[in-house]
Design a protein around this ligand. Structure first.
Ligand SMILES: O=C([O-])C1=[NH+]CCC1
Length: 374
């Protein structure tokens, strides 16, 4: 009985704020950073949303910067914020973030623009983040008058305009969220690549807002569902490095976007089926997506459509090998993108809130902007 009474007393004191009476913030240096975030995940992949980053907004407003230029500016001048929030101790090896930008040329014609943050830097597109940001935009008032049962949220991503369609019940957003991405295309198919330690493999390269190499894990002597994650990471990373050396990417609009983001190993099930196809995405610096990877699903659908393996409006399920979470994907219409025949792909998935946070920095902290090791 005593323990229960003690717990009740402690709960009452905490409730009354006895422990942190009136303190919303932990003690920190007067000049130290204070960063408020909204925490979400999509299919297990985290999204640490920074609703406002004053320096980014100032640069966007004063400089009239495009989102791609703003991405370069933030990387050059505000990278300590990314490191502080994505790296340990505030983040972890799988952490992913987004800086919300409103107003200025960067967000022209959109409800919000987003800069995507990962362990090694900044990406061009992130589908799991778009699904979460769609809900965030409705629940945090970035869309003036949401409409039931579903509201279109216009986002600008570094790769271009993306529209999310978010359920709205009049009070809060819901799931599943879906989005239409930028035109997606097959950049190369059946490319022979010599991968050190693995010999010759055949890869496809698809664009779903960012470029990925795709191949079945079987070509590397692995199984995407049962092999050790470390082995899958090592093999996928070796493929990424080999493709970077042996194939030059071209992006129809910007050389800023002509980079290979990573490699997605699959179960080889590219022909249409009602059953899910499983993949694992290893991107940036050996970072593993816990979700099925929205930009990867977009590119896989474009490749499967290019190869005649699926038709318009045929929905496929994509399963993450790490968490078992599911996204769906379907090509909804044909498009042109530069010299490429492309498709507009719809991806759907579920995003959830996991909390809000206030992070502080003490100037005296030798690890104040985080640390990263593998
Ligand atoms: O969903 C997505 O497109 C991605 N999630 C993490 C890397 C890219």
């Amino acid at each position: 009985m005593a323990a229960a009474a003690a717990m009740a007393a402690a709960a009452a004191e905490a409730e009354a704020g006895g422990v942190c009476a009136g303190r919303r913030l932990p003690p920190h240096s007067p000049s130290g950073l204070v960063l408020q975030t909204v925490e979400m995940h999509t299919g297990g992949e985290p999204l640490r949303i920074i609703p406002r980053l004053e320096a980014a907004e100032a640069a966007a407003e004063s400089g009239g910067l495009s989102l791609l230029s703003l991405r370069r500016e933030v990387a050059a001048t505000q990278d300590h914020v990314r490191r502080a929030l994505v790296h340990e101790p505030r983040g972890h090896a799988g952490m992913y973030g987004a800086v919300v930008v409103r107003g200025g040329a960067a967000a022209a014609g959109a409800h919000l623009a987003a800069l995507f943050l990962h362990g090694a830097g900044y990406s061009a597109m992130c589908g799991h983040a778009v699904l979460a940001l769609g809900r965030f935009a409705l629940d945090y008032g970035l869309v003036a008058e949401p409409s039931r049962p579903e509201t279109a949220v216009r986002l600008r991503c570094p790769c271009g305009p993306v529209t999310a369609f978010v359920p709205w019940d009049g009070r809060r957003s819901g799931n599943p969220v879906r989005f239409h991405s930028v035109p997606a295309f097959a950049a190369a198919t059946d490319l022979a690549i010599d991968v050190p330690g693995h010999g010759k493999v055949v890869v496809d390269i698809g664009y779903g807002g960012t470029f990925y190499a795709f191949l079945s894990a079987e070509q590397l002597g692995l199984d995407v569902c049962s092999s050790k994650t470390r082995d899958l990471i090592n093999a996928a990373s070796a493929v990424t490095e080999a493709v970077k050396k042996q194939f030059k990417l071209h992006h129809p609009e910007s050389e800023d976007l002509a980079f290979l983001y990573g490699t997605i190993l699959t179960d080889g099930k590219d022909a249409f089926s009602e059953e899910p196809t499983t993949n694992i995405c290893v991107f940036a610096d050996e970072q593993v997506d816990r979700s099925p990877t929205g930009s990867g699903v977009t590119a896989r659908i474009a490749l499967q459509y290019h190869k005649g393996l699926i038709q318009l409006n045929q929905t496929r399920k994509f399963r993450s090998s790490t968490t078992g979470s599911l996204f769906t994907g379907k090509a909804v219409k044909e498009a042109e993108f530069g010299d490429y025949n492309a498709v507009i792909v719809e991806v759907s998935g579920e995003a959830f809130y996991t909390g809000t946070a206030i992070f502080t920095v003490e100037e005296e902290d030798p690890l104040k902007y985080g640390f990263f090791f593998k």
